[in-house]
Design a protein around this ligand. Structure first.
Ligand code: C5P
Length: 248
């Protein structure tokens, strides 16, 4: 076990560089735009998030291309269907080589368990020596300011019991999530550097404050991609994260 840093609590990822704690949301309409972001920001963001828009536009080929470019992929499809369907879909994601895959906790324990096992089975079958992927239970959407707090605890616990390795939660939920499921990977969207517009996100936090509250991976989209100067925005975020981690 690596020692905790002086400035941020220990992560379930251990003491890794800032790059491994940063996921860039590729919320763009096509492969060319996505691969341009991978090329431009891949040195700073070790994880590339493929969401509904890009996946529906380009299909699994874009995931393969990003993996081939050397990035970990976070496939954010928030699967929510009957267990058999989710298991087979998650197996396909595992075969593609994704690192993270979201399942919606509202789908219940059987669906979550089916998704988690499908993901790991698909990965093991496709490449037995590859990194073990992690199924993430989505707790409460960060755009939802009115979600009752009691659902958070029960959904986090449900995800853990069903075999998910992590959760997606908003930064203000981190203390509850960390207490409830301390061993799970905490992936946190709704990140906004000081002064950046929050847009449709309602429960936001700065990179440093999210890390201080226990985030393992920060998901960042428009704060970089829609910034007036995306390179400067990315560099400022990397510097803030590195300082918070006490790492390069
Ligand atoms: O542009 P922004 O940084 O707000 O993007 C956040 C990303 O995180 C989006 O791709 C969104 O789909 C995703 N996300 C989220 N809230 C969740 C799960 C994922 O905002 N609970």
């Amino acid at each position: 076990m690596n020692p905790p840093t002086a400035t941020a609590p220990a992560s379930v990822l251990g003491r890794v560089p800032a790059r491994d704690r940063l996921a860039l949301a590729l919320d763009v309409p096509d492969r060319d735009a996505a691969m341009a972001l991978v090329e431009r920001f891949g040195a700073d963001f070790g994880v590339m998030k493929v969401g509904l828009e890009l996946f529906l536009a380009e299909g699994p080929g874009v995931v393969r291309d990003i993996v081939s470019a050397g990035s970990r992929v976070f496939l954010d499809l928030k699967l929510h269907d009957i267990p058999n369907t989710v298991e087979h879909a998650a197996r396909c994601a595992g075969e593609l080589g994704v690192w993270l895959l979201t399942l919606h906790t509202q789908g219940g324990p059987d669906m979550l368990a089916a998704g988690a096992s499908g993901l790991s089975d698909g990965a093991a079958d496709a490449n037995p020596s590859a990194e073990v992927p992690i199924a993430l239970g989505v707790t409460v959407l960060t755009s939802d300011a009115d979600a009752p707090s009691e659902v958070l605890t029960s959904r986090a616990r449900l995800a853990e019991q069903a075999g998910c390795g992590g959760v997606v939660c908003a930064a203000p939920d981190l203390p509850v999530v960390t207490n409830t499921v301390p061993g799970m990977l905490r992936v946190v969207p709704g990140i906004r550097p000081a002064g950046a517009p929050s847009a449709d996100q309602r429960r936001v936090a700065t990179p440093a404050s999210a890390l201080a509250a226990g985030a393992d991976v920060l998901v960042i989209g428009r704060a970089v991609t829609a910034a007036p100067d995306p390179d400067a925005a990315a560099a400022a975020i990397v510097a803030e994260v590195a300082a918070a981690l006490g790492s390069p």
